[in-house]
Design a protein around this ligand. Structure first.
Ligand code: ING
Length: 280
């Protein structure tokens, strides 16, 4: 019996600072419904899919910073997404910024979860490769303060038996480094899902700006080919609070071939039928 998984890469355009979580969830539900109508088993949303990517801004007030995090998942604002996914019988991946009270202290992570068709959470991953810088660098047109706002993920790179195969997650910058792929590859992963917020301009290396889409595709296509797995990479795209972020959301086969790719930098669903047995 072939193990065909129909997957939707649900790219979103920018989320403005002024947009509420309810606004963002409404956009995600619209994409989820498109996925259900296209017969998707799984819909993959971007990294930090509920808010603007606030690590681009210097925030030195803790209360202001914490307002960008989710204290529970599902929360009041995201419960409609879980409910609609359950009603439609579609699983999803969601990236969000997690504020957890653990060991008597507040911990903040850049987090992603995998949710089954029944609306229950299958697994959680906390981003390990945090790019950017921990201090305010006003010379930059925008910051990347993930090293300041998030702790290094403490869950490793687990893989789960889900959606008829072995499924794993990573987040954004993780895709640029071999460890994330290899740890999942050694678990014989068949599907890796990830979201990203990737500015075109890197103030540290402006000479690489012209390579933004190439490096994005290269890292994911190589990961797919070298580990013989499907890869779904999904952008929060477009110019968000003045920062141009690349799109290029795509679904990649174990051969390394891109089988489907977004053509906009807005909310856009891209769908492909993925035969998990190709991994063999
Ligand atoms: N963003 C970027 C990414 O790894 C980056 C950071 C941009 C690194 C450009 C290198 C070049 O795609 C996140 N959120 O990791």
């Amino acid at each position: 019996m072939p193990r065909i998984l129909t997957i939707g890469a649900a790219q979103t355009g920018p989320i403005a600072r002024s947009e509420t979580r309810r606004d963002a969830v409404e956009r995600l539900i619209a994409l989820l419904r498109q996925g259900a109508a296209a017969g998707c088993d799984l819909v993959v949303f971007p990294e930090a899919a509920l808010t603007a990517f606030f690590p681009h801004w210097w925030i030195d007030d803790e209360a202001e910073l914490d307002a960008w995090f989710e204290r529970e998942m599902p929360s009041n604002e995201t419960a409609p997404l879980f409910a609609e996914a359950r009603r439609l019988g579609v699983g999803f991946h969601l990236g969000y910024c997690e504020l957890a009270e653990e060991g008597g202290r507040r911990r903040r992570f850049n987090t992603a979860i995998l949710v089954g068709k029944d609306g229950t959470t299958i697994g959680k991953y906390r981003k390990i490769h945090l790019p950017g810088h921990p201090d305010h660098q006003p010379w930059r047109p925008f910051q990347n303060l993930e090293k300041r706002y998030f702790e290094t993920g403490d869950l490793g790179w687990p893989a789960w038996h889900a959606f008829g195969g072995v499924t794993g997650m990573m987040i954004c910058n993780d895709r640029r480094w071999p460890e994330a792929w290899r740890v999942l590859g050694l678990q014989v992963v068949e599907l890796v899902v990830l979201g990203y917020n990737t500015p075109r301009h890197d103030p540290s290396t402006p000479q690489h700006d012209r390579l933004a889409e190439f490096h994005n595709a290269l890292s994911m296509q190589a990961g797919a080919y070298q580990n013989g797995c499907w890869v779904v990479g999904v952008a929060k795209a477009g110019t968000e609070e003045g920062v141009e972020q690349i799109g290029g959301s795509c679904i990649i086969a174990p051969t390394g071939e891109i089988v489907a790719q977004a053509i906009s930098v807005a909310d856009e669903l891209v769908v492909a039928r993925c035969d998990l047995d190709l991994c063999r």
